[in-house]
Write a new protein. Structure first.
Length: 240
């Protein structure tokens, strides 16, 4: 579903992605782990065209991701993103946040969007918060609204960029629980995370990235329990 072939990306003279090749199959959950500044967010942002890349190729369902092509709009609706900071509109209710994309980007009839929006809020355990404004919700609840909003676009895949890093520890579990349910339901997911327990239990594959290259990738259990590369071992020792 998602394929990166030898992707390079620089910010001015800073060579941030140095030949990243990876693929994500339909229904697969891939976790990306690695130190801060290694290029994890940049990879996600390149996949859905929030950022351009210099050379190499990124394909989503066989279609090239090209930020300068009109087709980028369809890539962005097919691949939703959930951010560390939930990026909800503070002056719109939870439900209004969820239906915004379907109505304004996908031109769905309002009633249909509202009906699905309520269903999605129920799916993330927030049926009773449809009319609440983001500042009235906890961080965990806001992030669950953000996940419902991502789902509202009926994406083929969802990219999560450290979705629990901004949360108080006691709120992390409710968000991971929603993500685990999505994974069980067969959603294709790429998850940048420091939650090694989640990676171990939910990920089909783990990529360890350092310095803009994938140093090691494989089955979650292999990488997390028996890393081969010294840099992976060192990283895991520091985060677990
Ligand atoms: P990670 O998500 O793994 O922490 P990022 O992908 O955010 O890493 O960043 C990788 C490197 O690229 C970092 O050194 C960061 O400072 C740099 N970088 C990211 N975005 C930009 C940008 N828009 N302009 C300049 N440098 C950037
Ligand atoms: Mg990041």
């Amino acid at each position: 579903m998602i394929e990166l072939k030898d992707v390079h990306k620089s910010f001015n003279t800073h060579h941030v992605l140095r030949g990243v090749s990876a693929s994500v199959a339909k229904g697969e959950v891939v976790c990306i782990i690695g130190p801060s500044g290694s290029g994890k967010s940049t990879i996600l942002r390149c996949i859905n065209g929030l950022e351009s890349y210099d050379t190499g190729e990124i394909l989503v369902e066989g279609h090239k991701v090209d930020r300068n092509s009109p087709s980028i709009v369809s890539v962005r609706t097919q691949v939703s993103m959930v951010f560390q900071r939930f990026n909800l509109f503070p002056h719109r209710t939870a439900l209004e946040n969820v239906i915004e994309g379907p109505i304004f980007v996908k031109k769905e009839p309002r009633l249909q969007a509202v009906e699905r929006g309520r269903h999605l809020l129920a799916q993330v355990g927030l049926a009773e918060k449809a009319n609440a404004y983001p500042p009235q919700l906890s961080g965990g609840q806001q992030q669950r609204v953000a996940i419902a909003r991502a789902l509202a676009m009926q994406p083929k895949a969802i990219l999560f960029d450290e979705p629990t890093s901004a949360l108080d520890p006691e709120l992390v579990g409710e968000v991971l629980g929603v993500m685990r349910k999505l994974a069980d339901d067969g959603m294709t997911m790429v998850v940048v995370t420091h939650e090694m327990g989640f990676a171990k239990e939910v990920a089909d594959r783990v990529l360890f990235i350092d310095g803009g290259t994938i140093v090691e990738q494989g089955q979650a259990r292999e990488i997390l329990n028996a890393p081969q590369h010294a840099r992976t071992k060192d990283f895991l020792r520091r985060v677990t």
